[in-house]
Design a protein around this ligand. Structure first.
Ligand code: HEC
Length: 240
């Protein structure tokens, strides 16, 4: 077993989402403006109007844990946008924090004092000031609709036909060092430059879809208020 396969086996053992990190897929053309987005550069966005939900692993695949909460509803933007637009006060801070913890947002994201994150997903501490509500909600409900140009995955098409997908961390000594899971930044796959036939930014967000589907509308609104408040229980959203 070569080193890369060894690491992949390790990834399997760690319960990482292999559906998202390998498998033979058709080479796809890169989003038009994606080539200009490189790690370390200011955030640019990759518009991706046609996300393919089949290629986005469900949450259970990420955590590899049995779903702890029952399925509630396949939430869409149409369901949630009107109440999110109206959200003003009367939300429950503790419940918002509970949803954040229960849905494992912090397995990837930093958020104020509540999560240090892994460094491979955006820090959510100031999303309340950074983004309009519509965009914030869409980032959660349809992660692949618009992908953050700093935190996208790259698909590496190997000469043997295999495809490895993950976050390109760095290139050292002619080897790409790739993290196939945002939740496990220390699990690194090394790919020699000469075994890679082609690479392109993945049109699929590393963030799983369906993260809200085990929660009620009330719980989701509390999560959104929790995020928009920057984790501040004194924020107006939580006043009566
Ligand atoms: C497996 C890791 C992972 C988990 C779990 C996860 N995310 Fe993400 N999320 C990402 C990555 C990577 C991005 C950046 C790529 C993109 O734009 O889709 C992202 C993007 C976002 C964005 C857009 C932020 C920006 O600055 O571009 C928001 C908002 C967000 N996530 C919220 C959440 C919330 C809320 C949860 C929990 C319900 C969650 N995420 C769970 C990995 C994750």
């Amino acid at each position: 077993m070569n080193a890369r396969l060894g690491m992949l086996a390790l990834a399997v053992a760690a319960g990482l989402p292999l559906a998202s990190c390998r498998g033979k897929s058709q080479p796809q053309s890169a989003p038009a403006d994606a080539a200009t987005n490189r790690p370390g550069e200011p955030v640019a966005r990759i518009a991706n109007p046609a996300p393919d939900p089949m290629r986005n692993p469900p949450v259970a695949a990420i955590t590899n844990a049995p779903a702890t909460a029952p399925f509630h509803r396949e939430w869409t933007m149409d369901d949630l946008l009107p109440p999110v637009r109206e959200l003003a006060k009367g939300r429950d801070f503790q419940q918002g924090k509970w949803v954040f913890e229960k849905s494992l947002c912090g397995a990837c994201h930093a958020f104020a004092a509540f999560s240090p994150g892994t460094g491979l997903a955006p820090d959510l501490s100031s999303v309340g000031n950074q983004y309009p509500r519509e965009f914030l909600l869409q980032s959660i409900v349809e992660p692949s609709a618009v992908i953050n140009g700093q935190y996208y995955f790259t698909n590496f098409h190997l000469k043997d036909g295999e495809v490895v997908s993950g976050k390109l961390i760095e290139m050292v000594d002619g080897k790409y060092r790739v993290a196939p899971s945002v939740a496990a930044p220390d699990t690194i796959v090394e790919l020699k430059e000469e075994e890679v036939a082609a690479l392109e930014p993945s049109p699929v967000s590393p963030m799983p879809t369906g993260m809200l589907n085990t929660f009620t509308q009330d719980q989701i609104l509390d999560l959104i208020a929790f995020l928009m408040s920057g984790g501040n229980p004194q924020a107006g959203f939580f006043s009566k």
